[in-house]
Design a protein around this ligand. Structure first.
Ligand code: KIV
Length: 277
């Protein structure tokens, strides 16, 4: 049985929550097997899977496809799907319709970027029974448009605004909040002043859980290497080495070998030879 939102809520103050992104069936299966609590079908898929420079071009159709694949691969983890840029900003009905599409694709919950300014939209989605994760601090869909990659809540005023947003989201009914690139001090204050779990990315150790992009964890994405992302492997080097070896084996005739080949029955081969002479 996959974990429920209630299971995640109960982890606050008892056990750290582990979240990792996944975008396809195979990675979903592997990360689920590793025991993560939640799989995030992040719109970072636009960058690491589709090669866009940022998450802005990502569409609902693309997110639904990634979500279907991840949902098929998991057994235990709760699956959250990101609502892409402009899939929820126009109206509450647009937001509800698109949240519903992600749930029909297999997600257990959706994630929206934004603070106090989208609390009514979030409330409308939660009201119809769809669990929502909030996402404040650095918001990749819009912060880059305004100020580029920047640490959030460095000043007193920015910190107060962020704390207010976290409280507004809790009131709107989110079951957890992702805090991206928020100063350690402010993450700690937010985590201790709300009853729902905070999931940090680049926001220090005091959050209730952590989320990372799987391509960063495995060392698969070379274009951006955020300081906050711990790379547990440099898999891209091994992949290039393996594919080079494959290429060299093909060119030299070493691959495929006898062990990779299929054979006719001897008697059928004899009959064929006779027919061909
Ligand atoms: O899309 C994503 O991967 C995310 C994480 C950065 C939290 O939203």
């Amino acid at each position: 049985m996959p974990k429920s939102v209630r299971d995640i809520l109960l982890m606050k103050n008892s056990k750290k929550i582990t979240v990792i992104t996944a975008y396809d069936y195979t990675m979903s299966q592997l990360c689920d097997k590793a025991g993560v609590d939640m799989l995030l079908v992040g719109d970072s898929a636009g960058m690491v899977m589709l090669g866009y420079d940022n998450t802005i071009p990502v569409t609902m159709d693309q997110m639904c496809l990634f979500t279907e694949a991840v949902a098929r691969g998991r057994q235990n983890a709760l699956v959250i799907a990101d609502m892409p840029f402009m899939s929820y900003q126009s109206s509450k009905s647009q937001a509800i319709e698109n949240a519903g599409k992600l749930i029909k694709s297999g997600a257990d919950a959706v994630k929206l970027e934004g603070g106090v300014e989208i609390k009514d939209t979030i409330h409308a989605i939660v009201e119809i029974g769809i669990p929502v994760m909030g996402h404040i601090g650095f918001q990749p869909q819009t912060t880059t448009l305004q100020e580029g990659y920047r640490i959030q809540a460095k000043t007193k005023d920015a910190a107060v605004r962020l704390i207010e947003s976290a409280k507004a989201l809790e009131e709107a009914g989110v079951f957890s909040i992702a805090l991206e690139m928020v100063t350690k001090e402010v993450s700690k204050i937010i985590s201790s002043s709300i009853r729902i779990p905070t999931i940090g990315i680049g926001s220090g150790p005091d959050c209730d859980g952590q989320v990372l992009v799987v391509h960063d964890v495995l060392g698969l994405y070379e274009k951006i290497k955020p300081k906050f992302a711990k790379r547990y492997l440099e898999l891209s080097l091994d992949i290039v080495k393996a594919v080079e070896s494959y290429k060299n084996d093909v060119v030299s005739g070493k691959f495929p070998g006898i062990e990779h080949s299929f054979f006719m029955d001897k008697s059928e081969l004899e009959r064929l030879k006779k027919e061909l002479v």
